[in-house]
Design a protein around this ligand. Sequence first.
Ligand code: ZN
Length: 63
Amino acid sequence: MSIYLACAEHIEQLIDEFVDQYETSPDLSRVEGEVAEAGFAVNCRLCAAPALYRLSQSGSVCR
Ligand SMILES: [Zn+2]
């Protein structure tokens, strides 16, 4: 399971990285406290800002 966390500033850059890495578009969802409950780190992948978005790999990717 691949999850990137992004702040508002880095969301576009991280979408690009995600597509490069996994060759598929990420599912995008807002993070509002649920990440902390799930035990994930809550900071952006690229900076120390709190994450606002979660990019996750779609479960139904055609290969
Ligand atoms: Zn950031």
